[in-house]
Design a protein around this ligand. Structure first.
Ligand code: RAM
Length: 901
């Protein structure tokens, strides 16, 4: 008895001890301990953890100082927020004195929960400012003088210099950027795992530099080396001018600040004393690949003591420094590695490795050869129907890495400044085919934090989810691209906007989009037109409905997912300019007609004479999007405190709505374009009068019932299942999800797809292909169904009125024969879980709600009296039709009940 009491006492005691809330995951501007930022008022976020239920933050205190040690010293702190009564734990604006260039600020936070108990102080975190004043750029832009003219790609450039340090070093930072791509080496070592630096921005207006903490890498005698490749700056990109869109000359800007322990500091900068040479990388082109001639290797070039015979003196060039910015996005890295699954000799005799996954990056290969021997690696997404290596869909992109051996023997090679989108690797010119172990697929993408998982009991749907996630990995390479393989790979706005909510389930995309939206604003034309691709490399072509609207839709998605209002404020001028443009094009009748658009791009089409395809009139789409973006603008104006604008845009929206209905809708709710896309757009955008919604919903349902398949393209597809669900036709939505014949989401899965295809029938059942002119097998747009899988099928749903998942819905919707779905989403407050399972008619629903949030659980086909749940939840359970809703605070909960038929 005594011992039992002791156990009870101990467990109560320990639960009291654990009951304490802890504070973790401190981030600044969505990054953990970022070094080199230039956000003037950085925002700080943290997460609360507790093993108790219903935990809410009632207050917080932040303190900041110049060192960890000074955090606790009131007199030395830079800032102390004091105890702030607030439940805000995401994006709290730093309120201390404006940090200076290169200043590091340490911070920590403690919170009080709703019982008034204080947490301990969190572990310290920090951020460090970059270079805020252009005058602090002490380095000169340097370049290779008298580079020979060539139509073709030119060799990469190697820059070097040496310097010594005389005293003991406290800290050292390198600040680096380039025209073209760079890789930085110190004393022969690569400084960072970041790839494709300085990243891709609207180079003529915004050019990123990176900051590296190199304190540990410096010695007494040092060598700095930088390689520059063509990249997006002067390589082939877009199709307006094949190469050199931003310029024809590569250039480097490098400066290193060394702080010594005696308080003095020193700058090492790029200037006329640097030397430059060409080396083994003879070509480095994103589309065409890399050519590496090992006979021209500059062994030891980035180390001290290298003689640099034959190197030239650089030329200093006058290039702007006032457009330099610190990165806000997510660095590209080699995030994963995969191994081939099979070696194939094709009917044509090609030697091919199958990597088993359509991936983006390159191959690292261990191989043998003889001096002067040339071997080539070629890349393809698919094999043709005979099983041969198929590259026609890469269009003009050569996608070939060429290696020439410098001497007899074995080498390990991987390229530096190119990437390929491929599943199959062809080996050409080898005497001996390297073994499987010697081939590695290096998978590169913006290293976003994975935030979502969706797993169900249907393997084909799981494969679809896998394909959606790999589509995102392959196309989130500093900018959201349409595809990663052919001579395109551009930041297409339409694709990005339809996919943005899905993207935000799979990975944390807040920082990624924050950066890209700045390029959208930078490249917007004076008249408000948003270019089709961002960064704009098509000379300002733009202004297409559903594409240009990315300017409003993506900030709105980021607001919903992360509760971020700053992105709304920052993009508001660009958003209103775009609405202004549409308004002008529409004119007095509020109908936007007659302009050129992509429309419901790649919608279902046939050659059958009695049914040519599902063409939705572009004027209808343009006017509908004009309405939708105007309604978003009204909401955004409201949120950022512009009530007059809210009224203005509400009125404009009302005018467009009236005009739309007069022009495109019959009195019985039939749309002039009687297509699935027209109906889902009209219903989801809320452009129809209430009295017509049921009729329009009926038309939509009848159309789906008639075809028993989707007929939608880029604009309709993302909202097809959501709209069917919203009108109460989950049966049809699941029917479409489960369909395996073309056109459907699962048809590519039946064909072995490992990414989302650009077209519903990229490869036909007989193995033949769609039009080679446009047939990517890694295009994420149709993957936008992912949002519905997460928010409807799994049930993790954001509440737009309480953005960032401060309050959200857990509302699963079993259907389509699924019996189990397990989903997670790592929100800015912490992990959310929604797992449901039906067995023998019994529903078991397990959820997790992070601390400092709450959720409305919606249990389908339930009766209050029949639900097993925590006793204290019963009182809040409400029967609404066939559902029961229960309000829950943070914690984990299980509900089980017999599901009504
Ligand atoms: C194609 C792109 C992209 C699409 C445009 C309209 O070239 O691949 O996906 O947005 O066309």
């Amino acid at each position: 008895m005594k011992s039992l009491l002791l156990v009870v006492f101990l467990s109560v005691f320990s639960s009291v001890l654990c009951a304490k809330t802890s504070v973790k995951k401190l981030v600044c501007e969505y990054h953990e301990n970022p070094v080199g930022i230039d956000v003037e008022q950085p925002r700080l976020s943290w997460q609360l953890y507790s093993d108790q239920q219903n935990v809410v933050q009632s207050a917080y205190e932040i303190r900041a100082a110049g060192s960890v040690k000074d955090l606790a010293s009131k007199s030395k702190q830079l800032w102390n927020s004091g105890k702030v009564e607030s439940d805000k734990s995401v994006n709290v604006v730093y309120g201390g004195p404006q940090p200076e260039s290169m200043q590091r600020v340490y911070w920590q936070v403690r919170v009080w929960d709703n019982t008034g108990k204080a947490s301990s102080w969190s572990e310290p975190a920090y951020w460090e400012m970059g270079i805020l004043e252009p005058e602090l750029w002490k380095a000169s832009w340097i370049t290779l003088p008298n580079e020979p003219e060539s139509e073709d790609s030119k060799p990469a450039q190697y820059y070097r210099n040496e310097f010594s340090t005389s005293k003991s070093i406290k800290s050292a930072r390198a600040y680096v950027t380039s025209h073209g791509l760079y890789q930085l080496f110190l004393n022969g070592e690569k400084v960072s795992d970041q790839l494709f630096t300085p990243g891709w921005t609207s180079y003529n207006k915004r050019l990123q530099y990176q900051t590296y903490d190199v304190t540990e890498m410096l010695q007494k005698e040092n060598a700095v080396g930088v390689v520059l490749g063509d990249g997006w700056y002067r390589g082939n990109i877009g199709w307006v001018s094949a190469n050199g869109y931003y310029g024809n000359d590569l250039a480097l800007l490098f400066q290193l600040k060394i702080d010594y322990t005696d308080g003095s500091s020193e700058w090492i900068v790029s200037d006329k004393n640097w030397k430059v040479n060409n080396g083994p990388i003879r070509k480095s082109d994103i589309y065409n690949g890399e050519t590496y001639d090992a006979r021209m290797e500059l062994t030891g070039w980035a180390n001290t003591g290298y003689t640099a015979d034959g190197w030239k003196s650089v030329e200093e060039v006058d290039q702007p420094k006032d457009l330099l910015i610190a990165p806000q996005g997510v660095p590209v890295k080699a995030v994963e590695e995969i191994k081939p699954i099979e070696f194939i000799t094709t009917p044509n005799g090609e030697k091919v490795y199958d990597m088993g996954q359509n991936m983006v990056g390159w191959i690292r290969i261990k191989m043998k050869g003889k001096e002067g021997q040339k071997v080539q690696l070629k890349f393809a997404e698919v094999l043709d129907k005979e099983g041969n290596f198929y590259t026609a869909n890469l269009r003009g992109a050569e996608c070939t890495d060429t290696y020439i051996f410098g001497k007899d023997g074995e080498v390990v090679y991987e390229p530096k400044f190119t990437f390929h989108g491929f599943r199959y690797l062809q080996l050409i010119g080898f005497d001996e085919i390297p073994a499987k172990e010697d081939i590695t697929g290096v998978v590169i993408y913006s290293d976003m934090e994975p935030t979502g998982t969706f797993v169900c009991n249907d393997e084909m749907i799981n494969q679809l989810q896998h394909n959606i996630q790999w589509g995102q990995k392959g196309n989130f390479l500093d900018v959201p691209t349409d595809c990663p393989q052919r001579d395109e790979r551009l930041g297409w706005t339409g694709d990005a906007q339809v996919f943005s909510m899905t993207a935000g389930y799979n990975f944390n995309v807040a920082a990624f989009y924050t950066k890209w939206m700045k390029d959208v604003a930078a490249d917007q034309l004076d008249n408000g037109v948003v270019p089709h691709v961002i960064p704009d490399v098509l000379n300002g072509q733009g202004g297409a409905t559903g594409w240009a609207d990315a300017v409003a839709v993506i900030p709105w998605s980021v607001y919903k997912i992360y509760g971020d209002t700053r992105i709304l404020e920052e993009n508001y001028p660009a958003i209103t300019k775009w609405v202004g443009y549409m308004n002008e094009r529409a004119g007095d009748d509020y109908l936007w007609t007659g302009d050129t658009h992509y429309g419901d791009w790649l919608a279902y089409a046939t050659t059958r004479s009695d049914y040519p395809g599902a063409t939705t009139e572009k004027d209808l789409l343009a006017t509908a999007y004009f309405y939708y973006t105007t309604t978003l603008t009204a909401k955004i104006a409201q949120l950022i405190g512009k009530p007059q604008d809210t009224q203005k845009y509400k009125q404009l929206a009302a005018n467009i709505k009236e005009a739309f209905n007069d022009e495109f809708v019959t009195p019985n709710g039939r749309l002039v374009s009687h297509t699935q896309t027209a109906y889902v757009i009209a219903l989801t955008f809320g452009i129809l009068p209430d009295s017509m919604v049921d009729d329009a919903a009926d038309y939509l349902a009848k159309d789906v019932e008639k075809f028993r398949h989707l007929t939608t393209g880029f604009l309709g597809t993302p909202i097809l299942c959501p709209t069917l669900s919203a009108i109460g036709r989950d049966d049809l939505a699941f029917m479409l999800l489960n369909r395996k014949d073309y056109p459907s989401w699962l048809y590519p899965v039946t064909q072995g797809a490992t990414t989302i295809w650009e077209r519903w029938d990229g490869q036909k059942p007989d193995g033949s292909f769609q039009d080679v002119g446009m047939n990517s097998f890694n295009h994420y747009a149709y993957g936008a169904i992912g949002e519905w899988l997460y928010n409807h099928v799994a049930g993790i749903k954001v509440d737009e009125n309480n953005p960032g998942y401060k309050k959200f819905f857990l509302a699963p919707n079993p259907g389509g024969g699924l019996t189990q779905v397990d989903a997670t989403f790592n929100s800015v407050y912490g992990p959310i879980k929604s797992d449901w399972k039906i067995s023998d008619g019994q529903m078991i629903y397990q959820v997790e709600v992070p601390a400092n949030t709450s959720a409305e659980v919606v249990l389908p086909k339930a009766k209050v009296a029949e639900i097993n749940m925590d006793g204290d939840l019963k009182s809040s359970a409400k029967q609404t039709g066939t559902d029961v809703t229960v309000s829950v605070g943070s914690g984990t909960y299980t509900f089980s009940y017999p599901m009504a038929e």
